[in-house]
Design a protein around this ligand. Structure first.
Ligand SMILES: Nc1ncnc2c1ncn2[C@@H]1O[C@H](COP(=O)(O)OP(=O)(O)O)[C@@H](O)[C@H]1O
Ligand SMILES: [Mg+2]
Length: 363
């Protein structure tokens, strides 16, 4: 069993604290993704788990063992980085087996493990090639194979797909997901890409400035973001967020539009309170083209700035509350720039955040 427990984990470089007491429980065989903007402390956290960075405070357990002071090789983890760092003069087979060889395993014991990993990753026909003669995706698979052959308790990935082009990244994302189905192991995976996080994770950990902002399943963090940061980070196109002030019949936006507040929110706010009203583009659509039931919506007439036809859906840009907002229309339907449309806003999918703290009034 390899659960990973982080309790009040802190990282300081000299007097500079960059990770501020992180708590996280990763279950046996769970796939957890740490996501957040560049510099938020994802790699530092992962490297502390790996044993590549000293832990400045708190306790790290893998299974039942406190591992704070154990060296990397004693933690039974494997790490895959963004740079594959394959040995250029060794074949794929030699690259896959090298870690086991220097750990003292015999060729007879190494071969079945290497063959097994090659089978899992579809590398069988490349075993005698040198890394220079592989594509980027194949090299990344060899790097993953090197991690697999060690039969670790925990896999750690740090942005393993960032060097690949967009198409290959999409393919490798699916491969990593399949890999986790086949090789059931605890995984902690770092990325700055929220799409990667949403598609791979059992649970997502959203980080900012060395703090954990929210932990939850992809659905939870998408449907119930705890603050404006998570609301803006998860989801593409991003959630529209508009400043407003609470009045008797709803939130007044900067352009005077009144948005009625959901029944569960109304008792939690007082008149004059600053709020941020949030709604995803797919909760906002031209009337007659909505994804949501229109009888629970409010109607707002607005001019189309531009529209982006994307095939199965069209993203419509307009202005509301003094800001540019995006709406989503599902069925292809030609629109004129400047045309005024009646939009329906799904009030059941409205998010309301405190204007001062940014915290969701539902949290
Ligand atoms: N060796 C170091 N010395 C000082 N600061 C560092 C060092 N390594 C990382 N940092 C700082 O720690 C913060 C977190 O970095 P990192 O974990 O690499 O972020 P991420 O992986 O989320 O992009 C950043 O502000 C970075 O500048
Ligand atoms: Mg990083």
């Amino acid at each position: 069993m390899a659960e990973v427990h982080l309790s009040k984990i802190v990282k300081r470089y000299g007097s500079l604290e960059v990770v501020h007491g992180i708590d996280l429980e990763v279950a046996h065989n769970e796939f957890v993704v740490l996501v957040g903007p560049s510099g938020c402390g994802k790699s530092t956290t992962l490297r502390m788990i790996a044993g590549l960075e000293e832990i400045s405070g708190g306790e790290l357990k893998i299974g039942d063992r406190v591992v704070n002071s154990l060296p990397p090789r004693a933690r039974n983890i494997s790490m895959v980085f963004q740079s594959y760092a394959l040995y250029p003069h060794m074949t794929v087979r030699e690259n896959l087996g090298f870690g086991l060889k220097i750990a003292g395993m015999t060729p007879e014991d190494i071969k079945p493990r290497v063959d097994d990993a090659a089978g899992i990753l579809g590398l069988e026909s490349f075993m005698d090639r040198l890394p220079a003669n592989l594509s980027g995706g194949q090299r990344q698979r060899v790097a993953m194979g090197r991690a697999i052959v060690r039969h670790p308790d925990v896999f750690l990935f740090d942005e393993p797909l960032s060097n690949l082009d967009a198409k290959l990244r999409g393919q490798m994302r699916v491969e990593i997901k399949k890999l986790h189905q086949r090789v059931k192991t605890t995984v902690i995976y770092v990325t700055h890409d929220q799409v990667e996080a949403m598609t791979l994770a059992d649970r997502i950990v959203i980080m900012r400035d060395g703090y954990v902002e929210q932990v939850g399943t992809p659905t939870e963090v998408f449907e119930n973001p705890v603050n404006t940061f998570v609301a803006g980070f998860i989801g593409s196109p991003p959630m529209n967020q508009l400043d407003g002030v609470v009045e008797a019949d709803g939130a007044r936006l900067e352009d005077g539009t009144i948005v009625p507040l959901p029944a569960d929110i109304a008792p939690k706010v007082s008149e004059g309170q600053k709020v941020v009203v949030g709604f995803r583009p797919d909760a906002f659509a031209p009337k007659g083209h909505s994804l949501h039931p229109e009888d629970r919506s409010t109607e707002i007439s607005l001019p189309v700035t531009i529209s982006e036809p994307l095939g199965t859906e069209t993203i419509i840009y307009t202005r509301l509350g003094g800001k540019e907002v995006q709406a989503k229309m599902l069925d292809p339907h030609p629109l004129e720039d400047g045309e005024t449309l009646t939009f329906t806003l799904d009030l059941e999918r409205l998010h309301v955040f405190d204007g001062e703290t940014g915290r969701s009034l539902r949290a």
